[in-house]
Write a protein that binds this ligand. Structure first.
Ligand SMILES: Cc1cc2nc3c(=O)[nH]c(=O)nc-3n(C[C@H](O)[C@H](O)[C@H](O)COP(=O)(O)OP(=O)(O)OC[C@H]3O[C@@H](n4cnc5c(N)ncnc54)[C@H](O)[C@@H]3O)c2cc1C
Ligand code: SF4
Length: 495
């Protein structure tokens, strides 16, 4: 007897980078594709420039089905970014490739997990090239000392540096470092559509004019035109298995509460780092695979620290985009840092923290008092990754389902300390150079250390903003890497 025809060739769960690039390949190959997305479309217009439109206090950071944080978080409950396009809509557009050595086994990175890549950089290089073309990444090859081999140049050209970035770049060069232009998935040179105007609400905001090449603006509309069926505001609640394959998905419409089931020959789970594990655990699929006990384990997050320099006058008049430079001289480690050995990660410019978030997250009088000050800050983000650990994990609590029937996701996390060391390295570097010159107007003075707004800084668990960790400022502590009380005797990065 012939089996009944499935509803679709493929169902894709999630519409972030992962789901949308898969959708692109399948739609272009002629597949009938249904894409299911829990969030809604993010509307674009001048309202995206409001400081309150930053993702964490926007409607698209949802606490509708809160995750329960048992350990390792700042809050006991956390939400997630649910939107068509996923986190890509709000992300910082920095589009770096891994370096060749990132694919080599390194116990300092993987800990005792035994994790290793099943391929090397050379095998992935053509796919990086394709991804950069799809996302329209603008960049300048050749300045980053750790840059991996490329088979072609970046598809897009970058704009010029803002005055703040010029200052950071000059200061870094004087220290013998090699600042380079961060590759950005932003449109600067395609006159057929809106070009970037360099506003100060890019990282953590949706782009009002769709010049940031997120997948909702830049990839999905053309696919819908070619037949992709994208259903937003639909929560997938269960994956149904038959004879060892996922053949159907159970769904609930967020707006109407209607429940339905769809079948497909192929089901692609691309619901983000937490969302994908959540669905696998909720669907009780761990029993089907000998490695099932690892689902939800080895949870990792960024180990980040941010140092802010504070200006008496607004950097760039407080308006220009200035996440433009990266510094990778310490990426593979540095002789001055004895522990941890090995890689220390990336240093990147960060934007001024959104005033709306500062006001929303700090106790009331403090938030109002400090928010004008943070507009005068410019920062450097020091970013590494935590080690994968078996005990850092997600589980589900079936006794606490949400209104769609998904059991509550529970998070247990304990960081490895290496990230803190990386952060210290960054603070030393920043302090060394905190007296770089500001350009006109003449009343401008040297930068000063300010109370570090890292309390609001974004740390990531997979794709979702979660916890905040206060770190002391460069001005308020000595450098614990070298025990200097002033930081000025820190050993220098290589000339
Ligand atoms: C503010 C911010 C800035 C960032 N900046 C950068 C940067 O500059 N450079 C960089 O490389 N990375 C950056 N990142 C990280 C990067 O954006 C993410 O790693 C990436 O977008 C993850 O893509 P994804 O497809 O795996 O997941 P997501 O983007 O999370 O997409 C998963 C989608 O699945 C949906 N979903 C989840 N569960 C269900 C369900 N049960 N049913 C239906 N749909 C579901 C979600 O709503 C979501 O839209 C940033 C992240 C944030 C939040
Ligand atoms: S800086 Fe450019 S790409 Fe980013 S939000 Fe502003 S206009 Fe859009």
């Amino acid at each position: 007897m012939p089996l009944s025809q499935p509803d679709y060739d493929a169902i894709i769960i999630g519409s972030g980078f992962g789901g949308s690039v898969v959708a692109r390949s399948l739609v272009l190959a002629g597949y009938r594709v249904l894409q299911l997305e829990r969030g809604g479309w993010v509307s674009r217009g001048p309202h995206n420039w409001d400081s309150g439109a930053t993702v964490e206090i926007s409607l698209f950071y949802s606490l509708e089905s809160p995750y329960r944080v048992l350990s390792g978080g700042h809050q006991k409950a956390m939400g997630a970014v649910w939107a068509v396009g996923g986190a890509s809509v709000f992300y910082g557009a920095v589009s770096l490739r891994f370096r060749e050595r990132d694919f080599h086994p390194d116990a300092a990175i993987t800990g005792d997990s035994g994790a290793r890549w099943p391929y090397d950089y050379a095998e992935l290089e053509p796919y990086y090239t394709r991804a950069e073309a799809i996302l329209g990444v603008a960049g300048e090859a050749g300045a980053d000392p750790t840059e991996p081999q490329r088979s072609s140049d970046y598809p897009g050209r970058l704009n010029s540096l803002s005055p703040v970035s010029e200052m950071i770049g000059k200061a870094a060069q004087e220290m013998g470092l090699s600042p380079f232009r961060l590759p950005l998935a932003i449109n600067y040179d395609d006159r057929e559509r809106a070009e970037c105007i360099g506003c100060n609400t890019c990282d953590t905001f949706a782009c009002a004019i769709e010049a940031k090449n997120d997948v909702a603006a830049h990839v999905l509309p053309a696919l819908i035109h070619r037949g992709l069926e994208l259903r937003d505001n639909v929560v997938v609640t269960r994956l149904s298995e038959s004879q060892g394959r996922i053949t159907a998905v159970e769904c609930c419409d967020r707006r109407t509460g209607d429940r339905f089931r769809k079948t497909a020959r192929l089901v692609v789970l691309s619901a983000g780092a937490l969302g994908s594990a959540h669905l696998l655990l909720a669907s009780d699929l761990t029993r089907l695979n000998p490695g099932g006990h690892t689902i939800g384990r080895y949870l990792m997050r960024h180990c980040s620290a941010i140092a802010f320099g504070y200006f008496r006058n607004l950097p760039n008049g407080g308006s220009d985009f200035h996440k433009q430079l990266g510094i990778h001289d310490l990426y593979f480690g540095h002789p001055s840092v004895k522990k941890p050995t090995g890689k220390l990660g990336s240093i990147q410019q960060v934007q001024t923290p959104p005033v709306g978030l500062v006001r929303a997250r700090l106790p009331r009088p403090l938030g109002r008092l400090l928010s004008p000050a943070v507009q005068r800050a410019t920062g450097l983000l020091v970013m590494a990754e935590d080690q994968p650990r078996y005990e850092n994990r997600l589980t589900v609590d079936r006794g606490r389902p949400d209104r769609f029937g998904l059991p509550q996701l529970v998070i247990r996390f304990r960081p490895v300390t290496a990230g803190a060391i990386v952060g210290r390295g960054g603070r030393c570097w920043w302090r060394r150079k905190r007296s770089f010159e500001e350009p006109a107007p003449p009343s401008a003075t040297s930068t000063e250390s300010a109370p570090s707004p890292t309390h609001w800084a974004r740390y990531e668990w997979g794709t979702t903003p979660v916890s905040q960790r206060s770190i002391p400022t460069a001005g308020s502590v000595g450098c614990r890497t070298c025990s200097s009380s002033t930081g000025v005797s820190c050993r220098q990065p290589p000339a």
